[in-house]
Design a protein around this ligand. Structure first.
Ligand SMILES: Nc1ncnc2c1ncn2[C@@H]1O[C@H](COP(=O)(O)OP(=O)(O)OP(=O)(O)O)[C@@H](O)[C@H]1O
Length: 405
């Protein structure tokens, strides 16, 4: 990682597994002689306003490093202008980075030639755009099959594959409609199906749902969660919406002025904000719906505690635990594979709600008590709706043509 500014991306302390994308010391600077900015520590250290007035440049991405792990939903979140789109477009060089390294499955993306890049964007990391340019005179099925045609797949095979994917995104029965005969949410599903049809290793979503009305947006979020649960496909999802980030993300990279100010699980971001900016960002999140019992847990103090009381999974939310403890009138046990990992009582749960719990210490203690690393529940993080304690828990071609498919 570059140390040009001394304020590079904070370390990622969560569980590691094989990365799909590995990004290190990435910069994207727009403006004249952009390359000198990351190369010169004095320029790299300037604030965005100083940099603009001194050089005429904008550093949209500043010294960012992270891994996207196989099978995770990696959310890039931040306010408008924080650099989300630029960062994600750099991953497949839709925008050319200024400095740093990007690898996909260990292969250097910056060294790829045009043909390899085309292959990358079509087969390995496909993008689902908010405006995905469906072909208006084509049916749903033909729109989805189009991407496969571009890949050179035969007619029968691509129509068969397209039909399967159309069904998978819930559009069965609508195969022969045209985009103008679909609702906004259904059109977005066609865009999603088109990306899925190419069967890419990673799906990159650029604020795909921000133009949809709230109900359809929620439906589409649930669709993404379902697809992810069923397929385990790696996803990178850009959003400026915190609720969406908390709902979808296994991990969230929170951006400000081109930097990643915090990278962690929703629980880490809400429970242990890295600085005042993040704290302010997450201030109104109902903590009890994001935080899990692992952070509130303590060792059992007697066999009464290990043998009795309601049982919760380690990823049960604090909200669920409060309900269980209130019903039972006693502490609850945190159980995994039939083993009691610890207990949570009313006092500890309330301190999480009140924001007085030392979440980082709680997480460390949970690790010491043998609590497995957080496996993100798809039902948890659903801010605004509680989930039962025992419940747990994928390109639009850029230039469509009118060729028959
Ligand atoms: N082609 C460009 N030339 C100059 N500056 C650019 C260019 N593209 C983006 N920027 C600047 O880079 C910064 C980051 O922009 P980017 O679009 O990546 O942000 P974002 O977080 O995706 O915003 P939004 O949520 O509004 O899409 C902004 O200051 C923007 O003005």
């Amino acid at each position: 990682m570059s140390t040009a500014t001394g304020t590079s991306t904070p370390p990622d302390t969560t569980r590691s597994s094989a990365p799909v994308f590995s990004v290190d010391g990435l910069w994207k600077v727009f403006g004249p002689k952009a390359g000198r900015v990351p190369a010169d520590p004095a320029l790299a250290a300037l604030t965005p306003a100083e940099l603009r007035s001194r050089t005429g440049c904008t550093a949209a991405v500043r010294d960012v490093s992270f891994d996207v792990r196989k099978g995770e939903v990696f959310v890039v979140m931040g306010l408008s202008g924080s650099g989300k789109s630029t960062l994600v477009r750099c991953l497949t060089r839709l925008i050319e980075p200024t400095a740093g390294t990007i690898a996909i499955d260990g292969e250097d993306v910056r060294a790829m030639d045009k043909a390899r890049l085309r292959e990358l964007r079509r087969h390995r990391a496909a993008m689902v755009f908010q405006h995905f340019g469906l072909l208006p005179h084509r049916t749903v099925l033909d729109n989805v099959a189009y991407g496969l045609q571009v890949q050179g797949m035969g007619r029968a095979e691509r129509r068969e594959r397209a039909a399967r994917v159309v069904a998978k995104v819930g559009l069965e029965g609508l195969e022969h409609r045209r985009p103008g005969q679909l609702s906004g949410g259904q059109r977005q599903r066609v865009g999603l199906a088109r990306a899925l049809a190419a069967d890419p290793e990673v799906l990159l979503f650029d604020e795909p749902f921000s133009a949809l009305d709230p109900l359809i947006r929620r439906e589409m979020q649930e669709e993404v969660v379902r697809l992810h649960r069923e397929e385990g496909r790696t996803m990178v999802f850009i959003t400026h919406d915190l609720q969406e980030a908390l709902k979808l993300g296994d991990r969230i990279a929170l951006m400000r002025d081109g930097r990643v100010v915090q990278l962690g699980t929703p629980e880490e971001i809400v429970g242990s904000p890295a600085d005042d900016y993040v704290r302010e960002f997450v201030r109104d999140v109902p903590r009890e719906q994001v935080m899990t019992v692992r952070t509130a847990m303590r060792p059992a103090s007697s066999s009464d505690e290990t043998d009795g009381g309601p049982a919760l999974r380690p990823d049960a939310t604090v909200s669920e635990a409060i309900e269980a403890v209130a019903r039972a009138g006693s502490a609850a046990r945190v159980m995994s594979d039939g083993r009691c990992l610890g207990v949570v009582d009313a006092e500890a749960l309330l301190s999480v709600v009140a924001g007085t719990a030392d979440v980082a210490a709680g997480s460390r203690a949970a690790g010491a008590m043998g609590v497995p690393p957080l496996e993100r529940s798809r039902e948890r993080g659903r801010v605004g709706a509680a989930a039962p304690a025992e419940r747990r828990e994928p390109t639009a071609p850029a230039t469509p043509s009118e060729e028959p498919v």
